[in-house]
Ligand binder design. Structure first.
Ligand code: PEP
Ligand code: MN
Length: 297
């Protein structure tokens, strides 16, 4: 059976590949996402201290990352757990950007915080739990900052496209989609990584797509494997959690790579990324999502 994706996702026309004559390349400072070069965003789950963040920043830059990730506002399973350093966390991100030159991506959770987070960050992350918060999406879109849109925990591909459509319809074309695992019947791992979702999104939308192997499995032992699967599925980049001492991390230590683990993963991924980049370069001119004969009939 051949699916007519244009018909299937008729309510989100602007995100589909036929809406543009070329793929979207999201430029953040000196970094382009979706432009043929695989982009690595790395850093702690939570910003904890200046020492923690700057040591991570220097390390991940040396190992090949071009973005520093780190949460200053944290959505946590327990409302009594650490909720992030807030404004202080943003100040630390700005300081480490100044020192390392890395671009900053960080989550904004509340509409009222959008101006503050947008002033500090190069890219705003909309977290899984916020993906269906339309007023937050609109406020983030109107800040003018590029948006990293993470797929909701229980969101279908159509739900993710709907959220992206809202951002685009507010006049912000700079959206990067992120597959970070979804909830399924199988609770063996933290989430279920939808590699097919990445492959499909690359086929049907013009937006860049990245993988988050950390939240997708919740287990550092599996992160390098999932990262490789993300590359092979066609992702334009990845976002990954790294911590100098994961056992003492304030959040998501179990899935955070050590410095040595991150360095090894980057080394081992290099040939896969090189293969992927060759293919990505060839795809940049892919223009129209033509319905196949069977679906069009
Ligand atoms: C995170 O990136 O640390 C995070 C909370 O991600 P998600 O929204 O995907 O759970
Ligand atoms: Mn996390």
């Amino acid at each position: 059976m051949c699916v007519n994706w244009q018909e299937r996702f008729a309510e989100t026309p602007d995100v589909l590949i036929g809406a543009r004559s070329c793929r979207t390349v999201v430029t953040v400072g000196k970094v382009s996402i979706g432009g043929g070069k695989f982009v690595t965003m790395a850093g702690p789950c939570s910003v904890e201290s200046e020492e923690q963040l700057s040591s991570i920043g220097y390390f991940v830059r040396r190992a090949g990352a071009s973005f520093l990730r780190g949460g200053a506002f944290k959505p946590r399973s327990s409302p009594y757990a650490f909720q992030g350093l807030g404004r202080k966390g943003l100040e630390l991100l700005v300081e480490v950007r100044r020192r390392t030159g890395l671009a900053i991506v960080t989550e904004v959770m509340a509409e009222r915080d959008v101006p503050m987070v947008a002033e500090a960050a190069d890219m705003l992350q909309i977290g899984s739990r916020s993906m269906e918060n339309d007023s937050l999406l609109e406020a983030a879109a109107r800040s003018g900052r590029p948006i990293l849109l993470k797929r909701g925990l229980m969101a279908s591909i159509g739900d993710l496209l709907r959220a992206a459509q809202i951002i685009l319809s507010c006049g912000n074309p700079n959206v990067v989609l992120c597959e970070r695992g979804i909830r399924t019947f199988d609770n063996t791992l933290r989430n279920t990584f939808d590699a097919a979702g990445i492959a499909l999104l690359k086929q049907i939308t013009h937006l860049p797509v990245i993988a988050d192997p950390s939240h997708a499995c919740g287990n550092r032992e599996l992160v390098p494997e999932l990262a490789r699967i993300g590359v092979a599925a066609g992702a334009d980049g990845m976002i990954v959690e790294v911590h100098p001492d994961p056992a003492r991390a304030w959040s998501d230590g179990e899935q955070s790579l050590t410095f040595a683990g991150f360095e090894k993963m980057m080394h081992d991924l290099a040939p896969w990324i090189a293969l992927r980049e060759q293919a990505l370069c060839q795809q940049q001119t892919l223009t129209v999502l033509t319905p196949c004969a069977e679906a069009a009939a």
